[in-house]
Design a protein around this ligand. Structure first.
Ligand SMILES: Cc1cc2nc3c(=O)[nH]c(=O)nc-3n(C[C@H](O)[C@H](O)[C@H](O)COP(=O)(O)OP(=O)(O)OC[C@H]3O[C@@H](n4cnc5c(N)ncnc54)[C@H](O)[C@@H]3O)c2cc1C
Ligand SMILES: *[C@@H]1O[C@H](CO)[C@@H](O)[C@H](O)[C@H]1NC(C)=O
Ligand SMILES: *[C@@H]1O[C@H](CO)[C@@H](O)[C@H](O)[C@H]1NC(C)=O
Ligand SMILES: *[C@@H]1O[C@H](CO)[C@@H](O)[C@H](O)[C@H]1NC(C)=O
Ligand SMILES: *[C@@H]1O[C@H](CO)[C@@H](O)[C@H](O)[C@H]1NC(C)=O
Ligand SMILES: *[C@@H]1O[C@H](CO)[C@@H](O)[C@H](O)[C@H]1NC(C)=O
Ligand SMILES: *[C@@H]1O[C@H](CO)[C@@H](O)[C@H](O)[C@H]1NC(C)=O
Ligand SMILES: *[C@@H]1O[C@H](CO)[C@@H](O)[C@H](O)[C@H]1NC(C)=O
Length: 529
């Protein structure tokens, strides 16, 4: 054992200095290439020598696991302000054999928008985030670097009765969110963010700028749920806006195990999916210290958006879920844009400008997801509660997000996002921690893997489906090289896309046959088996 482990550092040293010298050269000529191919201002380009390289890189890092001293860093960060800069970056990255990572809001759970194991360049769309709302046509053009908070703000600026159905956290970027689906508090009424897209601009591997018409319906289909980063750089989306009442109603009701939470959660599973689609009735589960005895218990926190007034909501709940016992005092009426703050847990006293704040606090985080097609029996829920009493579960949070409503009416192949009729709800598992050491990380990640294993009998099967926007590399990843075998890719891809995977491969072969746009879970071009 001793001699091989002794020789390793020497070997690595040689390898390192070699690749360092190579990369420095590549790097210079890459920069030359960029200036040759576009009028890009040097201020939009950050090398590791730039004084603001660090802050630009960190600005959109949402998961501290991918911002440690050993995390690989990009050679260059390009922050285009014009589509011509994107074209030049693609051209020069290809010429110099560098990979591209594309970043919008940076919320990728596995950091795939800003980390790669090979020499790479980040295209960060932070400077391309204009939003153009047309209240007459009820549409908006949104550049891919915008966040959903910015979008909500710009809509509310112009109208109190137009809205957009997307996620809850305002700092999520539209580049990743829309191209992976994007659901939120109005999904049962209107569908996903991706379901609202009516046009898009994308730059493909050959540097062409395409719109819906010139890209064709297959590529336009692929980027509405298949993930953008497999196909090109999305520059902008055009979406339909939706109409909402000027007053909506929200409530949050907490119940612990001592307050009959188990029975309510059990019943919730069949109610929330079937109830009137104007009501989005979501469930958070976490460990809390019981107020009476101070000992740990599980809290079910029911959180809702109703597209109507309090009286209608009370009547609806009385009819569909009387045991829940919702009363007027639990409910608050407000505008739709105020409800955005409410669900983001931002105090109502804050100015709406807070939605424009892109600064994120990055803890260490691991997430996973599941789909539930049959109510989980009470006895299995009792088993699930046990997980909230372990050491690692202080920050464990489960979110049950109901489907049904319009989600049942959209076919599985309408977009690459296949999780439609037959799903009662989606489960999001999350755990976070503050300490940077590897053993704390491993402890929490292992905890999540064990919990995921426990849930297997109670969730969707063949495949055990997962939501692509809750990216999870535990599910599998591509080969490091250009080609991946179908067997290898299907491990993760069938979970995200089910039968739509084949069409995604077809589109990939059509628009990027050399597999330039790739990452650990990009749609692959396949090695024949
Ligand atoms: C705190 C938090 C809350 C969340 N809440 C919700 C929620 O309520 N509902 C929900 O559905 N999801 C939610 N998500 C998941 C979120 O939808 C995904 O993480 C989404 O992919 C993030 O998009 P982004 O642009 O911020 O991320 P990024 O990390 O920038 O991108 C994610 C992926 O998309 C690619 N990509 C980004 N921009 C482009 C582009 N312009 N062209 C091509 N490819 C691109 C990236 O390369 C990467 O592969 C949440 C995530 C977090 C961290
Ligand atoms: C970074 O700075 C060093 C020292 O000033 C210099 O030798 C190197 O070429 C620079 N690299 C780049 C990419 O600018
Ligand atoms: C982008 O650059 C092109 C020329 O390359 C120019 O015609 C166009 O006006 C620019 N667009 C913006 C928004 O600056
Ligand atoms: C880059 O652009 C030049 C023309 O400006 C072209 O000749 C070359 O083929 C392009 N390279 C790639 C990889 O697209
Ligand atoms: C529900 O519990 C959470 C903590 O888990 C708390 O922040 C919130 O204020 C509670 N809401 C109500 C309405 O009691
Ligand atoms: C729990 O259920 C029992 C029996 O159904 C009922 O008597 C009791 O009031 C409930 N407790 C709470 C806190 O709702
Ligand atoms: C519960 O109490 C313990 C011990 O008093 C404390 O360390 C912990 O932070 C509390 N947890 C929550 C969720 O409040
Ligand atoms: C933006 O949000 C961050 C993190 O929540 C906060 O620290 C900062 O003060 C906010 N900035 C402004 C201008 O509100």
């Amino acid at each position: 054992m001793k001699s091989p482990s002794f020789s390793m550092p020497l070997f690595l040293l040689v390898l390192f200095s070699f690749s360092w010298a190579t990369s420095a050269r590549t790097h210079d000529s890459f920069l030359q290439c960029l200036s040759l191919h576009s009028d890009i201002n040097a201020r939009l380009i950050y090398t590791q020598n730039s004084s603001s390289y660090e802050s630009v890189l960190e600005l959109s890092v949402r998961n501290a696991r991918f911002s440690t001293p050993t995390t690989p860093r990009p050679l260059v960060i390009v922050t285009p302000s014009n589509v011509s800069h994107i074209q030049a970056t693609i051209n020069c990255s290809r010429e110099h054999d560098m990979q591209i990572r594309i970043r919008s809001g940076g919320h990728d759970y596995e950091g795939l928008s800003y980390v790669s194991k090979v020499p790479f360049v980040i295209i960060d769309l932070i400077n391309m985030r204009s939003i153009d709302v047309d209240t007459e046509e009820k549409t908006a053009w949104i550049q891919a670097g915008a966040t959903i908070g910015e979008l909500y703000y710009r809509i509310a600026e112009k109208s109190a009765t137009l809205a957009f159905p997307a996620g809850v956290c305002p700092t999520v970027g539209v580049g990743g969110h829309f191209s992976g689906g994007g659901y939120g508090m109005m999904t049962r009424k209107f569908g996903l963010a991706a379901d609202q897209i009516i046009d898009a601009h994308i730059v493909t591997v050959d540097g062409r700028i395409l719109d819906r018409n010139s890209m064709g319906e297959d590529l336009f289909w692929a980027i509405r749920g298949g993930g953008g980063a497999s196909f090109g750089v999305i520059v902008a989306w055009k979406v339909k806006l939706v109409s909402v009442p000027s007053t909506v109603t929200v409530f949050t009701v907490n119940r612990t195990l001592e307050e009959n939470a188990t029975k309510l959660v059990h019943k919730w599973q069949s109610v929330a999916e079937a109830i009137d689609e104007d009501l989005y009735f979501r469930l958070f589960l976490r460990a809390v210290n019981s107020s009476q005895e101070g000992k740990r218990t599980v809290q079910a926190s029911f959180t809702s958006l109703f597209l109507g007034r309090i009286d209608q909501l009370i009547a609806l709940m009385q009819e569909s879920f009387p045991e829940f016992g919702l009363v007027k005092e639990d409910c608050i009426e407000m505008s739709w844009i105020q409800s955005i703050l409410y669900f983001a847990e931002i105090p109502q006293s804050e100015s709406l400008d807070v939605l424009l704040n892109r600064t994120v606090t990055a803890g260490f985080f691991k997430g996973k997801s599941d789909y539930v097609t049959e109510p989980i029996p009470e006895i299995a829920l009792e088993g699930l509660w046990q997980w909230f009493y372990e050491d690692e579960s202080e920050t464990l949070g489960l979110i049950f997000s109901p489907y049904g409503g319009i989600m049942d009416e959209i076919s599985e192949s309408e977009t690459p996002f296949p999780h439609r009729a037959g799903n009662l709800y989606n489960i999001h598992y999350g755990v976070s921690w503050e300490e940077e050491d590897a053993s704390t990380s491993q402890k929490h990640i292992n905890f999540m893997r064990r919990l995921y294993k426990y849930m297997e009998p109670y969730v969707s099967k063949s495949p055990r489906a997962a939501y692509m926007n809750y990216r999870d590399l535990d599910l599998g990843s591509n080969n490091k090289g250009k080609y991946t075998s179908y067997t290898q890719a299907s491990r993760w891809a069938l979970k995200y896309f089910k039968n739509n995977f084949n069409k995604l491969i077809h589109v990939k072969n059509m628009v990027d046959p050399q597999n330039f746009f790739r990452h650990e879970q990009s749609v692959p071009t396949l090695l024949r088996e």
